[in-house]
Design a protein around this ligand. Structure first.
Ligand code: HEM
Length: 422
């Protein structure tokens, strides 16, 4: 929607200049996750590398100001010290007029958070995820074969990276596959448009998009009230669960569903797109996996380390210190998992992409009590995707005449990726 101003940057020829090349003190002061320089992988490396080395805990003066934390160990400290770093503001910076639908469970602390998390955990068990395998594999195979049969550009982002994770996600959650387009559209509203600078857009989010979403989910909730006919899925688990000795209210269920759609629909998509962009430019590494399929799980972990996409925020409840920097009560903190790709304290030779690396440490799924609940599903989906793609498409490249476009913002990823078989 071209009329909508979004807090997201997509690299384009006009961007130029900006953060890359600034001295560390000016760089940190101007750093924010919407900056278009971060769409360029070379500039991203320069920017995040400089912050890691010279200013690992620094203060950005953009928006209303917040601390930026780039090293793995400090990010883990923030996630795990939840009595000091509260999740009640999980998205930083707080943009003007932000109406957060995403509250349960990422915006809760302590016992309250635990109560809802426990219920959700029941739907993301290993068994439930692995039970998806036959269907997920059949679908992945069909998509991969379609890619293999395509002459000329194949829109990998929309035809594969979006569809496969959505298939598993919708099955686990219990929403009809045919509603995917509608949910993807709503996800855009949650992740981007509700944070727009334009009040008219935010107004539309509140008065048109949100009521439609609420009515849609309400219908799904109502269909699960009767235990005898309710399907076996996450929404049924939640509708029939209790927290603090009472049922979860409809309003809470809607907040949880909005969170799940925002957190689960586009994130694995972002990983698939970024990984395949890497493989398109490094076909020797694709061949390595064809020759050594047993390396696929390590390759996935290594590429997750190299591609943080979510930057969790916190608000500080009492004065504290991180790496010698004092952070005051009430201040905001932004952790930057994409920086861990270059953190030599976390990994030897962090810039090497090594599919036999023994110890892989990253914060791509966060850490501590809010660590991603969908990580198992994401890893499983990626594994099936690569097994099927490696079988069907032995060689490919970025389609001639096209340029992949990365995006940054609240979620980093790839906006456009056209591939072609060779
Ligand atoms: C590769 C894909 C994914 C990435 C990189 C990712 C990343 C993250 C991160 C960094 C967090 C921590 C947020 C924080 O600490 O504030 C998180 C939390 C969460 N993720 Fe994911 N995620 C992915 C896939 C998924 C999927 C597939 C689902 C659901 C189907 C999901 C559902 C959630 C939920 C519900 C939370 C909140 C957990 C809590 O607050 O206890 N994620 N995710």
């Amino acid at each position: 929607m071209s009329d909508i101003q979004e807090p997201v940057a997509v690299a384009s020829a006009e961007d130029g200049g900006g953060l890359a090349g600034l001295e560390a003190d000016e760089l940190i002061s101007k750093f924010h996750v919407f900056h278009p320089d971060l769409c360029d992988l070379e500039k991203r490396k320069l920017i995040l590398g400089k912050l890691l080395r010279e200013c690992p805990v620094g203060y950005s003066n953009t928006y209303d100001g917040y601390w930026v934390i780039t090293r793995y160990a400090d990010q883990q400290h923030v996630y795990k010290t939840d009595e000091v770093f509260s999740s009640t503001i999980p998205i930083v910076p707080r943009l003007p007029g932000t109406e957060m639908l995403i509250q349960i469970p990422p915006g809760l602390d302590g016992e309250e958070h635990k109560a809802y998390r426990r219920v959700l955990a029941g739907a993301f068990t290993r068994r439930r995820v692995e039970d998806l395998e036959p269907e997920l594999r059949r679908y992945a195979r069909a998509l991969a074969e379609e890619f293999a049969a395509t002459e000329g550009p194949y829109d990998f982002r929309h035809e594969f990276a979006l569809k496969l994770p959505a298939f598993g996600f919708l099955r686990i959650v219990g929403l009809p596959a045919e509603d995917l387009d509608q949910l993807v559209e709503f996800n855009e509203w949650i992740l981007r448009h509700q944070l727009s600078d334009d009040e008219a857009v935010r107004e539309r989010f509140r008065t048109v998009e949100t009521p439609q979403f609420v009515a849609y989910i309400q219908k799904q909730i109502n269909a699960r009230r009767d235990r005898a006919t309710a399907p076996d899925d996450l929404l049924t688990i939640m509708v029939q669960a209790t927290v603090f000795d009472r049922p979860i209210s409809d309003e809470e269920l809607i907040s949880i569903m909005a969170t799940l759609i925002g957190a689960g629909l586009d994130t694995t998509t972002a990983q698939l797109g970024l990984h395949m962009h890497f493989f398109a430019n490094h076909q020797d590494r694709w061949q390595e996996l064809i020759d050594h399929p047993e390396r696929i799980p390590t390759a996935i972990e290594e590429l997750l380390r190299r591609n943080g996409v979510v930057n969790p925020g916190r608000v500080v409840l009492s004065d504290t210190e991180v790496r010698g920097q004092t952070i005051r009560k009430g201040e905001l903190v932004l952790t930057v998992p994409p920086a861990v790709a270059y953190d030599e304290e976390a990994c030897d030779e962090p810039e090497q992409v090594d599919f036999t690396r023994e110890k892989i440490r990253h914060t791509t799924f966060g850490g501590g009590p809010h660590q991603c609940i969908g990580a198992g599903l994401a890893r499983f989906t990626l594994e099936i995707a690569y097994q099927e793609l490696l079988r069907a498409v032995p060689r490919f490249r970025v389609a001639e005449g096209t340029t992949p476009r990365l995006h940054v913002g609240n979620l980093w990823g790839i906006e456009e990726l056209e591939l072609e078989v060779r």
